[in-house]
Design a protein around this ligand. Structure first.
Ligand SMILES: [Zn+2]
Length: 384
């Protein structure tokens, strides 16, 4: 989303960050409490009191969200999983784990700790409200609000949306059942996506029956959840295959080099149509001049192909996106995806040593994924 988070504190080595969107939510909550919720419940406070109590309640909400995240972090750290930072943003908080959990049990414990903490806070605040209800109206307003919101937080986070806590709990259960982390991630992501779509449909139902604001909220949260669920599974899938690899590991040496003067007609006939190459490298004596791709050739009318040389239409070397042989494979993939490229030449000390193509990269990921399924299903191994 927008803007950078800023660090407000450090607790036990964990940096506590606030995302700018949280300030907006803080203002909104204070405002809705001061002009809506509290005046409805308590009639004869001074205007300033509504605002002060509203701000205190919003601030306490912030503290309880932080406690929720700290609960995740404490369990993670106890199990030897470092947590460098916690970020509070518009939808609540995120604890950044430095790596994925190693076992289903570990993931379950870390994920469940957050909603458990929210539920505990709700129960304590509810009990406290019974104590103060006859003593002080302002204190009652605050603890009742904290009890209610933490109860809702516990419920919301237990929903099976992934990467919400409930989705992670679901993944840990699927992980234990299947013994396969990636497969469990796909299951949790699938359920999370379906759940998100369900919320979107409910949202449109609300809108259809005239509840515009509620409908938009449901649709928005549903859209957010389904997008997050798919994104998380996708990046994990790619990371698991490409994570340890460099550009040189995924490049191909099966590329075609043509001299600058070769005609487009020959390139099309000999290499593109006959062998399926989407691009050829234009070079002479190990010096690369550029690259000719299908889209370069399409700019020239077909009846001119025979008398147009490669160097007349090639994308010159300076304009071609390249990577170094030791660039992480994930970075090369990001470059290909962001720029919409079909291939990226790989250089070593300025010389071209290989070509990464989008098609080969995708095939490699698919093969690795199928192998993972084959390996895990028949043995039924348990990992935790
Ligand atoms: Zn949580």
């Amino acid at each position: 989303m927008f803007g950078r988070s800023f660090t407000i504190a450090r607790i036990g080595g964990i940096a506590i960050e606030i995302h700018p969107s949280w300030l907006l939510i803080f203002a909104l909550i204070t405002w809705s409490l001061a002009v809506g919720v509290f005046p409805m419940q308590f009639e004869d406070w001074a205007t300033a009191t509504y605002w002060i109590i509203g701000a205190i309640a919003a601030l306490l909400l912030f503290v309880t969200v932080l406690i929720h995240e700290m609960a995740h972090a404490v369990v993670a750290i106890r199990r030897g999983l470092p947590v460098p930072r916690i970020t509070l943003f518009i939808f609540g908080g995120v604890s950044h784990l430095s790596r994925q959990p190693r076992t289903a049990g570990e993931e379950f414990a870390i994920a469940a700790a957050g909603p458990a903490a929210s539920l505990a806070i709700a129960i304590i605040a509810a009990a406290l409200s019974l104590v103060v209800v006859n003593l002080n109206e302002q204190a009652t307003a605050i603890v009742v609000y904290i009890a209610l919101v933490n109860f809702l937080l516990a419920i919301f986070n237990t929903l099976p949306g992934f990467p919400l806590d409930g989705g992670r709990v679901l993944r840990s259960i699927a992980w234990r059942k299947t013994g396969n982390f990636m497969k469990a991630t796909r299951i949790a992501s699938g359920v999370g996506t379906g759940f998100g779509f369900g919320l979107i449909i409910i949202g449109f139902g609300f809108i259809l029956f005239g509840y515009l604001i509620n409908g938009i909220w449901f649709a928005f949260i549903g859209w957010f959840l389904s997008t997050a669920a798919r994104g998380e599974a996708e990046s994990l899938r790619l990371e698991s295959v490409l994570g340890p690899l460099q550009a040189r590991d995924v490049m191909s040496q099966n590329y075609v080099v043509v001299p600058p003067g070769l005609s487009l007609q020959l390139i099309v006939d000999e290499f593109m149509v006959a062998e399926g190459h989407r691009a050829v490298i234009v070079a002479r004596d190990e010096t690369v001049y550029g690259i000719v791709s299908i889209s370069d050739i399409r700019k020239v009318p077909r009846d001119r192909w025979a008398d147009t040389p490669a160097q007349a239409v090639m994308t010159p070397r300076e304009e071609v996106a390249t990577v170094n042989a030791d660039t992480p494979a994930m970075e090369a993939l990001e470059l290909i995806a962001q720029r919409g490229l079909n291939q990226v030449p790989v250089l070593e000390e300025g010389r071209m040593v290989g070509l990464i193509t989008r098609r080969e990269l995708i095939e490699r990921i698919q093969v690795a994924e199928q192998l993972e399924d084959r390996r895990e299903v028949p043995t039924g191994s348990r990992r935790s």
